[in-house]
Design a binder for this molecule. Sequence first.
Ligand code: SF4
Length: 342
Amino acid sequence: MTRQLPDFSALRRNLLRWFDHAGRDLPWRQGPEGGRDPYRVWVAEILLQQTQVSRGLHYYQRFLDTFPTVEALAAAPQDAVLKAWEGCGYYARARNLHRAAGLVVAQGWPQTYDGWLALPGVGPYTAAAVSSLSLNEPRAVNDGNVRRVLSRLLAEAQPSEKWVQAQADALLAPERPAAWNEALMDLGATVCTPKAPTCDRCPVRAHCAALALGRPTDYPAPKVRAAVREVRAVALLIGTPDCAVLEKRDGTLLGGLSGLPSEVLGENEPPAEALARLCARLNATPGPLLGTVGHTMTHRRITLEVYRAEADAPCQQVAQAALSRLDHKALALGRMPGLFGL
Ligand code: SF4
C-alpha cells in the first residue's frame, strides 16, 4: 500500500541541505546550479545510462578529450565517434549523439525540455536531466536511482513508470529543480543503494516508509527480466590480432562498428556448416579453432567460435578501428602464447 509523504517541505529541505555539502563533484557539474554546460551534461547522461558513474568516468573523460565541444563532435566522421565510444556499448546512442550534434550546430542549443526531446536519441529522462541542469527548467528526472528512492520512501513495491514520474513531479523542489534532481540522483547512487542502503546516514530517513516498516531492501520488488536469446556464431581471424581482415557490421546493435568476419548459426546448425559458408564467402581456407568467447548485450547472449584462416584479403590496423567488446575478446584469443610468434 502506498503511503502519503507526510511533509514535502521538510523532506526537500533535508535532502537539499545534505546535497549542498555532500553532493558529488562530477566533471559535468561545471557552471552554476541550473546553468551547467549543456554539452557536458548531455554527453554524461547519454554515455552513463545503465552504467555506474565510477565505471563510466574513464569513458566520459576519454570522449570529452576527443570531442571537447559539440562543434568538434558534429564535424567528426562517424568512425571516429564510434572509436571514442568503444567499450561503452549501446552504439546506437553514439550514432544518435553524433546526428544530434549536427542539428545543435545547425540550429543552436535547445532552450526547452521539448526542444531537447526533439533531438535524436533524447528521451524523457535525458530531456528532463539536461533541461533542468542546464536551463533550470522544473522537470523531474525518473531513472533507476529515482525509482528506487521513491519506491522506498513511499513503500511502493511495484512502482510503474507512470507512478514514479507522478511522484517525482509532485516532489520536485520548484525553487531549485536542478539541485533537487542532482540530489535525488546522488542519494540513490551513494546512500540509498540497491543492496545495502546506509539508512543510518540518510538525510530523509525520517520520511522513509520502507525504513519504518523495517524492510528497505524489499522495495522495489525485483523486475521480471526479459528472456535472453542465445546466439551462436563463428568468426575468422585472418591476419594477426593487430592487423586483421575486418568487416563493417550492420543492424541496430553493432551497426557501424567493425569486427571479424562472422556468420550466425541457424537453428540446430552445426558450427562446421556456418564455418564452411563463411569461408566460401571470403574465399578463405580455415585453420584451427582458436577458442570460444561469450558476451551478453541487451537481450542477447552471443557465443562465438573463433578460427584462424588464410585468405587473400586486405588487413586493417585493429587499433584504428572501432570494435565491440566481443571482437576485442575474439582478437585476444590470437594473442595467446605460441600464436603469431608471441
Ligand atoms: S532511509 Fe534508507 S531506504 Fe529510506 S530513502 Fe534513506 S537510504 Fe533509502
